[in-house]
Every structure is written in structure tokens, then in C-alpha cells.
Design a protein around this ligand. Structure first.
Ligand code: BJ8
Length: 419
């Protein structure tokens, strides 16, 4: 990575603390990623993006900001990027996947809280995340109590807009979500000074759909036996999707898929167990479970998570002549994401069973970030649905620390022997 200290200083970052964070990332990336054998050449783009995640990409965002663009940070796949793109703003997923930020998060939050929430608060209060520091506004949502209340703390540091996500899927809830999207449109117009029109909203829909299509293409390729790409590499692509320039991301993901398509015919059966991971999101640099599983002669071939299928499944139709029509299309697509924050959430069981068949899964690992109650409680439903189909399931409840890595490895090993 080049020398970006001046830029970080101008972003009001805590440079000394940030140095510590920057030291840890290349080492763990090298150990986990660069030791993999036979990686696709097109992964070089994603390696580079990761290496420059606090450097070149932030510099690029700074240039765009200097030219008048606004930057909006998000934490959830319910926040409609289409609107952000329509107002010519930049959307960045504020990853919150690092143990590094937990200590600072715990200074202002209770310890017994989801690590994702503690990490995003810690990232802001410690001034060590250049994405957070670049944001003109962050967009929260009322998906869980932890996030909902944590936005009140972050609001002391920067402008926050919270979208109220309905937690049931009745007809009236679809209408409520349309209203929330309209309120968000207004807020984005105020922030950027750009009016949302049918034309630019259709462009935003098109860009978001093309991004979804590229990711879907990648995931479809993973259905091959063996998969032409490791779960670790596919996870990195999904994680980068949240921070990268969308057009460049689409181009490079499609290039990767072109290469993988050629690979498919040459790959010989590996006999590796095919694993699905389902549950809570895995933001950069959370590669813990994938690296354990793939270190054990198994391959992760699909993630039913928000850094997986929930991010890209289903497109937003662009039919319609009015903003209202397009908002309705968006609301329909987003309300059909099956997050455990909904009650009931039977659609998620259907998705998991469907993916188990489509990806020819040998076993499922339920990944639960500690203290995420909605996903923890939903485990029983998933267990029942998979039992009916005779699909083995392992429950892993963990955080971002490395303390339980040995223990998880032992449990995953026993699971692999059993399936
Ligand atoms: S759509 S999974 S990104 S809410 S922060 S709910 S892990 S306790 S992230 Fe999520 Fe949107 Fe749902 Fe997806 Fe649990 Fe933690 Fe809350 Fe979390």
C-alpha cells in the first residue's frame, strides 16, 4: 500500500491506532488467502482491492467527494442502493467485521452484544475506519435492537438516517416500506441536492441489478462439482462488492466468471464435502469459519447470508412510468429478503432447503454471531426443516476473536467425519 498518511490525517483519523490495524490485515490475508493453491488469475484484482482497501479506494472516493459527490454508509442489505445511485452518491457498506474495533465499541456499549454492532460503533468512535470518516451520512435500519439503539450513539458523531423496516410481511407492511423508501429518497435529495427522477432511478435499478447478476453468475458457477473457486475467494468477492466502485466490480466479477467457466471442464472430482453456511453476515476481514472449513478438505459452496445470497437474489423490475411504480418494485424485492428480523420467516427455511438441493450440499453450518437473538432463535426452525430432508447441520455461535478457533475446528472436524 502506498503512503496515504496525509489523506488519513485529513480525514481526522487516529493515525497511531490505525497503523496497528493496518499491520494486522496483510498478515492474516497472506496466511489465509495467499496460501491457497490454484487460485484463478482474476482473483488478483480482488487481492489488489483488498490490499488497497484503506488506500487507493479511499483516494478515489476523496476525488469524487472533491467533485461534489456525497458518500453514504450502510450496514444492511435492506438499504436500497438504487436510490443512492439515482442521486449520484457513493454507497459503501461499513463492514464492521474486525475484532480490532470491539474494545472501543465496548467502551460505550454493553459487552454482551453482537460483535457486528460493537465493531461498527468502535470503528466510528476510534476514528480508524477511513470509510466511516469519508461518509457524509450513514443509513441505519431497525432490523435488530442492537443496531437500532447503537445508531443513537453514532448520531452523536455524524448525520444518521434510520429506515424503519417492518418486521412482518403483511400487505400493509409492504406499503409501509414503500413509504420508508420515499422518505429515504427525500433525505437523499436533501443531502445531494439531486432530484430523483424516473430516469435516474431506472439507471440506479439497472446498476444494482447488474451487480446482482454478476454475483449470481459467480454463485451459479459454484454449483459445479467441484466448485471452480474456493469459498474463501467467493466470500472475498462478496465482501468487496460492498466497498468497490460498482461498475468496476461488475466488470471484474464477470471477468472472474469467464475464467471460471473455462476452468469447469478441466477440474477433476476432489471428493471434498460441499458445505453451505447459513446465518449472520461475514464482513471484511471475517474469514474465520471459511478458513477453518476449507482447511479441512471441504469446500464452502454457498452462503445463505447477507454477504451471500441475500445480497443478490431477485432483481428489481424496472417496469413503470412513475417514481411510485419504481418504489413499489423496489419495496417488493427488498421485502422478500428473508432476514430473521421478520416474524414469521418461513421463506428462509424454503431458501435453505432449495439451496441445499441446487448446490448439492453435504452439510450445513449455521453461523451465528454471538448475542444475535433473532438468528439464534431461528436455528430450531432451520434444524427442523433440514431434518425433514435428512441434511446434517452444525450450529456455531461465535464472535470475531480467535479464542475459540481451536474449539470450532474440532467441532467442524467431527462434523465432517459424520457427514
Ligand atoms: S438483512 S442479517 S444485514 S439485519 S447486527 S441482525 S447479526 S444482532 S446484520 Fe443483518 Fe440486515 Fe438482517 Fe442481513 Fe443479528 Fe448482529 Fe443485529 Fe445483524
Amino acid at each position: 500500500m502506498g503512503d496515504y498518511r496525509e489523506m488519513w490525517k485529513n480525514l481526522n483519523m487516529d493515525l497511531e491506532k490505525h497503523d496497528i490495524l493496518c499491520e494486522a490485515l496483510p498478515e492474516s490475508f497472506g496466511d489465509i488467502y495467499l496460501t491457497q493453491k490454484n487460485r484463478p488469475d482474476a482473483m488478483n484484482y480482488f487481492n489488489y482491492t483488498l490490499a488497497e482497501i484503506h488506500g487507493a479506494r479511499i483516494e478515489e472516493i476523496k476525488h469524487e467527494k472533491d467533485n461534489g459527490k456525497k458518500v453514504v454508509g450502510t450496514f444492511c442489505v435492506f438499504v436500497p442502493d438504487e436510490v443512492i445511485y439515482a442521486t449520484d452518491a457513493i454507497s459503501v457498506g461499513l463492514c464492521s467485521g474486525s475484532q480490532f474495533w470491539i474494545e472501543d465499541g465496548e467502551k460505550v456499549l454493553p459487552r454482551n452484544l453482537c460483535p457486528l454492532v460493537k465493531a461498527f460503533v468502535g470503528a466510528k468512535t476510534s476514528r480508524t475506519c477511513p470509510y466511516f470518516q469519508s461518509c457524509d451520512m450513514i443509513v441505519g435500519e431497525t432490523t435488530c435492537d442492537g443496531k437500532k439503539k447503537a445508531y443513537e450513539i453514532v448520531e452523536e458523531y455524524m448525520p444518521v438516517h434510520v429506515m424503519e423496516l417492518p418486521q412482518m410481511k403483511r400487505e400493509k407492511n409492504f406499503v409501509e416500506w414503500q413509504d420508508e423508501i420515499k422518505i429515504f429518497i427525500k433525505r437523499m435529495e436533501e443531502l445531494t441536492g439531486n432530484k430523483v427522477t424516473v430516469e435516474n432511478l431506472k439507471k440506479g435499478i439497472d446498476l444494482s441489478n447488474r451487480k446482482r447478476r454478476a454475483l449470481k453468475r459467480l454463485y451459479d458457477l459454484r454449483k459445479n462439482i467441484p466448485s471452480p473457486i474456493s469459498g474463501l475467494d467467493a466470500l472475498l468477492v462478496s465482501q468487496v462488492a460492498f466497498m468497490d466502485d460498482p461498475e468496476r466490480f461488475i466488470e471484474n466479477t464477470n471477468k472472474l466468471c469467464d475464467e471460471l467457466e473455462k476452468r469447469v471442464n478441466d477440474l477433476k472430482a476432489s471428493g471434498k464435502k460441499r458445505i453451505m453456511i447459513t446465518g449472520t453476515p461475514m464482513a471484511i476481514p471475517n474469514w474465520k469459519l471459511h478458513s477453518i472449513v476449507e482447511g479441512l478438505d471441504a469446500e464452502v459452496v454457498v452462503e445463505e447470508t447477507c454477504t451471500g445470497t441475500r445480497y443478490f437474489e431477485n432483481e428489481v423490475p424496472d417496469e413503470g412510468d412513475t417514481i411510485d411504480d419504481l418504489v413499489k418494485n423496489m419495496a417488493e424485492r427488498y421485502m422478500n429478503i428473508n432476514c430473521a428480523c421478520f416474524t414469521p420467516n418461513e421463506g428462509r427455511m424454503d431458501d435453505i432447503v432449495k439451496y441445499a438441493e441446487e448446490y448439492d450440499i453435504d452439510g450445513v453450518i449455521y453461523y451465528n454471531l454471538s448475542f444475535c437473538h433473532t438468528y439464534a432463535i431461528e436455528y430450531k426452525k432451520v434444524e427442523k426443516a433440514l431434518k425433514e430432508k435428512n441434511i446434517p447441520l452444525l450450529n456455531i455461535d461465535t464472535d470475531y476473536s480467535e479464542e475459540d478457533t481451536g474449539q470450532i475446528k474440532t467441532r467442524v472436524e467431527a462434523f465432517m467425519e459424520m457427514i
